[in-house]
Write a protein that binds this ligand. Structure first.
Ligand code: FAD
Length: 388
């Protein structure tokens, strides 16, 4: 085993959150090491795939507030790197008009002056062709929302990090962490030391935190990522200006269903259910419950008559859920030079550049730019396991 020099900071996990944190640290002239267990790029965590939705549409003011800066940071990154990472499509929100979730979303956006176009039953199909609005559903379009090119974004953040002198070591699984004023991190092929450590290990967070005496109430869930064939290619495509969409709840879907216009696989539209099956990150392929696909098939047959209601491609991805579905952005309760970014609960990608900034601020001992009380570890009743 070799000891490979000392760093200002080590970041464990090169998903979206770790990659942006490493890049932000390098921008602040910190000597930074980014460790990843798999060969990059890989598809075994939560950040792979070509697209994610970016939107203001949230029920909570604090997320909308953070999203204002996120949109700016994505645009800044596009300029810095000279690549396109965002495509504005708008996002259609549909849901039972009188339901709490639809009203809350609508009111929060209104209160925060987010640009929306309200649709009614009479003008709905003029704006949104080939979709059947369910009986009793209301609809609106959030204008600024769109698609982020996920794989490209990760590659961009990692590339800019390396350009600034940052070191990425992939295929190095972290096997041990020894906390202290200088943290020692052991991997399958090296030992590294740093003044600070950031853990952004996605669904493996608790496996790493176990080395520090901490366990968070996280649930790991496998999601089926389904692509559906257009009967007429392009009818739900970005070129036809078809928007992303969220169905807040439906006849049999308690969680929301969401979709993105056809883009990454020509002629196929991505539509997924926001809930899957509890699993373990290392054994997700053994999880074969497809209840979500059955629900989606019936939804598509009812509401998207221009799609073949049988998935043409099924991929998988992982959510790491907290009980309240809000993130964990905090310092370790015992070791203040260990910072944790976890539990992104299936909606963290769009926040990547801002999470990088916040975790950097925490790891440098600075006052964070946002009120982090919704994201504190102490909101969970008990987290610390027996002392090491
Ligand atoms: C199907 C699906 C759709 C989604 N849609 C959206 C969307 O539309 N909009 C949105 O904003 N968000 C969306 N999300 C959520 C978003 O993608 C995640 O919140 C985000 O990718 C989480 O990133 P992460 O860096 O925390 O985790 P990950 O991407 O899992 O990264 C963690 C990394 O840590 C590495 N690691 C773990 N343990 C070790 C170890 N011991 N040693 C070294 N490395 C280790 C892993 O290999 C992995 O690369 C979606 C997620 C899924 C699954």
């Amino acid at each position: 085993m070799s000891t490979s020099g000392d760093f200002d900071c080590i970041v464990i996990g090169a998903g979206v959150q770790g990659s942006f944190t490493a890049y932000e640290l390098a921008k602040r002239n910190k000597k930074t090491l980014l460790l990843e267990q798999f060969v990059l790029p890989h598809t075994r965590g939560s950040s792979h795939g070509q697209t994610r939705i970016i939107r203001y549409a949230y029920e909570q003011d604090f997320y909308i507030n953070m999203m204002r800066e996120c949109f700016q940071l994505w645009a800044q990154l596009e300029r810095e790197a000279g690549v396109t990472l965002y495509r504005q499509t708008g996002m259609l929100v549909m849901g039972p008009e009188k339901s709490q979730s639809f009203q809350l979303l609508k009111n929060t956006m209104q209160r925060n002056n987010i640009r929306v176009v309200n649709l009614n039953r009479d003008n709905f199909n003029q704006h949104i062709p080939h979709v059947n609005l369910a009986e009793g559903d209301g609809a609106l379009v959030e204008v600024a929302a769109g698609v982020l090119y996920a794989d490209r974004a990760l590659k961009t953040a990692q590339g800019l990090f390396q350009k600034l002198g940052g070191v990425i070591r992939d295929q190095q699984k972290v096997t041990d962490i020894k906390p202290g004023p200088v943290v020692t991190v052991s991997t399958s092929s090296g030992v590294y030391r740093a003044k600070a450590l950031v853990i952004t290990a996605g669904p493996w967070a608790n496996k790493l935190l176990a080395h520090t005496g901490l366990e968070l109430p996280l649930e790991v869930m496998k999601l089926n990522v389904c692509y559906w064939k257009e009967k007429v290619p392009g009818s739900y495509g970005v070129k036809k200006r078809f928007p992303c969409f969220i169905q807040t709840e439906g006849v049999e879907s308690k969680q929301h269903i969401y979709g993105l216009p056809s883009n990454e696989y020509p002629g196929l539209m991505k539509i997924c259910y926001h809930i899957g099956s509890i699993t373990d990150a290392d054994h997700r392929d053994q999880q074969t419950d497809n209840t979500d696909i059955d629900i989606l098939q019936r939804y598509i047959a009812r509401c998207f008559p221009g799609l073949v209601p049988k998935p043409a491609v099924v991929e998988s991805c992982i959510y790491t859920l907290t009980p309240d579905r809000h993130f964990v952005l905090d310092r370790h309760p015992t070791y203040s030079n260990i910072v944790i970014g976890a539990g992104f609960s299936g909606h963290g990608f769009k926040f990547g550049p801002l999470i990088g900034k916040i975790l950097t601020e925490l790891s440098l001992g600075e006052v964070p730019s946002y009120d982090l009380s919704p994201f504190r570890i102490r909101r969970f009743p008990s987290q610390t396991k027996s002392a090491l």
